[in-house]
Design a protein. Structure first.
Length: 408
């Protein structure tokens, strides 16, 4: 994969920040958008802007075709059985909340268990906290090994007859840990539990085949995979979605409305109340085209190569701690701290060199406590990053360490 030529397709990367060429290493927070995506969104607003499904005029038909065409692209991208299993949402957070509110609250009761992991993003913790509070069920956590991987022996012991839902991330947004979700799905299904996978970091970086994984729900966001913000996907097995109630009510998701009762449209539209995120879906479809042309297998190989290089180079800096598993068990995320330097200071110092990294708790406070830190810095890579970016990061880190060492 030629990351340098791919980089040329991202206009935002062709700028200077604080007098230096931009080095963007914050793609786990949000990725940048290639020309193909920008043009697709612009073309919709310039030429086809209309509401979908409702009008018989030409613009309405063109908009509907592009919107539903994007759904077909998502179906093929994750290998869903039908477009009925592809629900457009505002993002991963909305998708998880839909399942936690609609499926969980209708199916959990006292004595039941929901099991998640300590490495989850808050979006895959708080909805389950609320679901068990509302139903009297119990929330449990799988144990982690010292390197930040799941303790599979504990997973096997924890999933039992009381387990009704297992929810876990495909790839940790902090540690980069790639979880063995297919194996966990098999273990959960033996106990008749359903499995939701938070794919916010998975879908952009590895090939996702929901039929092969056999997960019951898979959630991801467009903005982390070169698409627009405000658009995401809830994949759910059709038989589960058919028996779930909508969580938003209003126009578009109805079949018939009477004075005192209403009926819902068929899948997938019963979960898409109101005017949908039309431009976002079209942009997501263009992003899927872009990633498919590159090939997800090549993207994964690029991630692995770049991550290994980053961990090797960063390990040269004395007093720098890297958190998480070895390079062969993680995706394109390297989370770290420099001894004696607050991660916010690290990120600020790097920004003066034009290098963008993330600092804070990364919406994973329970994991920060498990790591016994208040915050970390994080460098996350994607298709447009190169070894040159890593070299500049390492140079910036060395300057940061030297500066704060002299100050204190």
């Amino acid at each position: 994969m030629d990351a340098r030529s791919i980089r040329e397709q991202f206009p935002i990367l062709h700028q200077e920040v604080n007098g230096h060429p931009l080095v963007y290493l914050d793609s786990s927070a949000t990725s940048h958008k290639p020309i193909k995506v920008l043009e697709a969104v612009d073309a919709y607003y310039r030429n086809d802007n209309s509401n979908v499904h409702r009008g018989v005029h030409t613009l309405g038909t063109r908009a509907t075709d592009k919107y539903e065409g994007a759904r077909e692209k998502v179906q093929q991208f994750i290998n869903a059985r039908s477009t009925k299993e592809v629900i457009f949402t505002r993002g991963t957070t909305t998708a998880i909340n839909t399942v936690a509110h609609s499926y969980a609250r209708a199916n959990l009761e006292p004595g039941d268990e929901v099991i998640i992991t300590p490495m989850e993003h808050h979006s895959n913790i708080i909805p389950w906290q609320q679901a068990v509070k509302a139903t009297g069920a119990t929330l449990k956590y799988f144990e982690l090994n010292e390197d930040g991987t799941l303790n599979m022996e504990d997973v096997k012991k924890s999933i039992g007859p009381q387990t009704k839902i297992v929810a876990l991330t495909h790839i940790s947004n902090v540690l980069g840990t790639i979880n063995p979700i297919k194996e966990i799905v098999e273990l959960a299904h033996r106990q008749n539990a359903v499995v939701l996978v938070d794919g916010a970091q998975g879908a952009p970086h590895v090939k996702v085949d929901v039929k092969d994984i056999d997960c019951d729900f898979y959630c991801f966001s467009g903005h982390k995979m070169c698409g627009p913000t405000g658009i995401g996907v809830l994949y759910g097995k059709q038989e589960l979605l058919e028996n779930m109630e909508p969580v938003e009510f209003g126009g578009e998701m109805i079949d018939f409305v009477h004075l005192y009762d209403s009926t819902w449209k068929e899948l997938p539209w019963k979960f898409e109340g109101g005017t949908p995120i039309i431009a976002g879906a079209i942009g997501l479809g263009a992003a899927i085209d872009f990633l498919t042309e590159i090939c997800l297998d090549k993207i994964e190989a690029h991630d692995q190569k770049l991550t290994a290089y980053a961990m090797e180079r960063m390990s040269e800096i004395e007093g720098l701690t890297i958190y998480g598993p070895s390079k062969d068990k993680r995706s394109a995320v390297v989370t770290f701290n420099i001894d004696g330097v607050h991660p916010h200071d690290t990120a600020t110092a790097l920004d003066t060199e034009g290098i963008a990294v993330r600092a804070g708790h990364h919406c994973a406070q329970p994991l920060m406590r498990w790591l016994d830190v208040t915050a970390t810095a994080r460098a996350s890579m994607y298709v447009y990053n190169t070894e040159d970016d890593i070299d500049k990061l390492v140079s910036g880190l060395a300057k940061t360490k030297e500066f704060f060492g002299n100050v204190f």
